[in-house]
Design a protein around this ligand. Structure first.
Ligand code: ZN
Length: 359
């Protein structure tokens, strides 16, 4: 089972109305404008050209001390929550992973804030899930400061559902994973779905695109239909690192050339950002992570530029391939030659700005 299939728990919905970056206004119109402005400002620069000496300096400074904002934190409590997709999933995922476990998994890694990511819970428990996360965020006792919640944008009831949460500053966006077996290609382009995506933009909420790597062109089409909504491409477009090796997996898990061009097409949409996350779950076991994951990470960073990429842990789903620490150490190695400011943007600065997190 591939990691992205396993991670189908990531369906969602919800969002949050907007507080502008400066907390000025929560009207939907303001939210729309704020989101657009944030993105417009993000696309102006590319990775800067630096000398070899500066690169060397950057590498030395790529200290593990650069703080992390984890934009993809899962939590599930199997005593109270039903995640249908876990049935049949590897044993390592069939445990309760809650705040205590997250603290242990990230110990010493300088995670300063986290954004919860919905877990494809039984739809009957979506409201409970969202309300629980609101409580966690509002308690301010853990790194979890905001949440992306579950939802079903293709349903007529979505608008009423999401409007209930749109005024909560802790709710930042919605996700329904699109790679489940029952979700057909083109699902996110259905009229009701598109309408819901436009509503999210008006409410200042984002949508996480978690889809099969061969179907990213649907994401491009959706982003163009809803230019006022911020879309976040989860897990580097769910690329399989095995497709990019010097001796790629056979048969190829997906077409690497198509993925590359589709990522570039997504990056060409100014309302799309890329979450660098998730890919360790399907990393080959016999190659150092930094080596096997570099082609995917670097293509995403180079395509989206330094201002439209964010870091995500994807814990505990990452455990299918390696620990949270394995992922962080591999990523720090991969980006060590990039300018320190670009590393900071990826690891925390962009998340702080784009998710409008509390200081
Ligand atoms: Zn995930």
């Amino acid at each position: 089972m591939s990691s992205y299939e396993t991670d189908q728990s990531e369906l969602f919905k919800k969002s949050q109305p907007v507080t502008s970056v400066y907390g000025m206004d929560r009207s939907t119109r303001r939210g729309f404008l704020t989101q657009s402005a944030l993105l417009a400002g993000a696309i102006s620069s590319g990775f800067s050209v630096v000398s070899g000496q500066e690169k060397s300096q950057a590498a030395k400074s790529a200290a593990p001390s650069i703080p992390l904002i984890d934009t993809h934190q899962h939590l599930w409590d199997l005593k109270t929550q039903n995640l249908p997709w876990l049935k049949g999933s590897p044993e390592v995922l069939n445990h309760t992973y809650w705040l205590k476990e997250y603290a242990a998994a990230t110990e010493g890694l300088n995670v300063i804030k986290a954004v919860y990511m919905e877990v494809d819970i039984d739809p009957a428990q979506q409201v409970m899930e969202a309300d629980t996360l609101l409580e966690i965020c509002q308690a301010k006792k853990t790194p979890t400061v905001a949440a992306v919640i579950s939802g079903r944008p293709d349903s007529e009831g979505f608008a009423a559902y999401i409007r209930k949460y749109a005024g909560k500053p802790e709710i930042r966006g919605v996700r329904q994973v699109l790679h489940g077996e029952s979700t057909e290609k083109g699902y996110c382009l259905r009229p009701q779905f598109v309408k819901s995506m436009s509503l999210l933009g008006e409410l200042g909420l984002s949508y996480d695109l978690c889809m099969r790597p061969g179907e990213l062109s649907d994401g491009v089409a959706l982003a163009k239909k809803c230019p006022g909504t911020m879309f976040i491409v989860d897990h580097c477009g769910n690329a399989d690192p095995g497709a990019f090796l010097a001796k790629p997996s056979a048969p190829l898990p997906h077409d690497p050339k198509q993925w590359k061009s589709d990522i570039q097409a997504l990056a060409a949409c100014s309302n799309v950002i890329c979450k660098i996350s998730g890919i360790i779950a399907s990393a080959p076991k016999d190659i150092p992570f930094a080596e096997s994951l570099a082609p995917v990470v670097n293509h995403c960073l180079d395509s989206f530029g330094p201002d439209r990429v964010v870091f995500g842990g994807d814990w505990p789903v990452c455990l299918l391939g390696g620990s949270f620490k394995d992922w962080v150490m591999a990523l720090r190695t991969i980006i060590a030659d990039r300018p320190v400011m670009d590393q900071e943007k990826l690891l925390h600065r962009n998340a702080q700005r784009l998710y409008r997190l509390p200081a």
